[in-house]
Design a binder for this molecule. Sequence first.
Ligand SMILES: C[S@@+](CC[C@H](N)C(=O)[O-])C[C@H]1O[C@@H](n2cnc3c(N)ncnc32)[C@H](O)[C@@H]1O
Length: 241
Amino acid sequence: MKQNIYDHPNFFSRYKALRDGDKGLNELLEQPVMKSLLLPVQDKTILDMGCGLGHQVRELLKQNPKKIIGLDISQNMLNEAQSRTSSSTVEWICSALEDYDFGTNRFDLVISSMTLHYIENLNLLFQKIYNGLKSGGQFLFSMEHPICTAALKPWEELNGEKYWLINRYSEESLRKQDWFVKDVEKYHHQLSTIVNGLLKAGFIIKNLEEPSPAQELLQLRPDFEQHIHRPPIVILNVEKN
Ligand SMILES: C[S@@+](CC[C@H](N)C(=O)[O-])C[C@H]1O[C@@H](n2cnc3c(N)ncnc32)[C@H](O)[C@@H]1O
């Protein structure tokens, strides 16, 4: 089952306010690592899966790619993305990733930021992405870390130290969390399932990253101290064989 929570009016306005407010996890922890792993995209054909408000699309446009497809299940997100991006290089498509026809040998880069924890069958998706990429093509994605999707109300304090409580890590299942609204649905996968799914599809794994805040960032943003205790995000950079 696919939940389209970003079209929920209350969720959408609160998510948009969060992204338009102070810099957060995406800008300060995730994007610097994603950018460091991204190969040059000038004249390349790109698919951004779960493009949301189009932040990543606009970054990629700075390098003059040939074409970008911004794919998202939420029409709200796509409308907003389109209104913030004036470029004939981008095609916006409203579709669930699960229903999208990736075709064969079409893309130089498939990229996805903080979306794949909404997908139930990652193995199937990885296979379709592999087929859709050209030989030597790059698949770069971030998603919520399995340590986070396996936790519900996780923080505990013991002797003044914070601990993160994990629940049923080896049980791969739908998890409901309250984030802006009740019962936001995510799928918990073990890290081994993600990595093995990529290998089974035929990808070569180049990097696996678990970004955490450096000292300079902690001085600017003491609230990021929580990310020292557990990784909020996992990033994988893989290549079509
Ligand atoms: C956390 S947002 C990330 C947006 C954007 N990638 C960014 O980092 O700014 C997740 C996005 O994934 C989209 N999404 C969730 N499930 C999806 C699915 N099954 N198919 C396509 N898009 C999906 C949501 O609508 C939302 O725009």
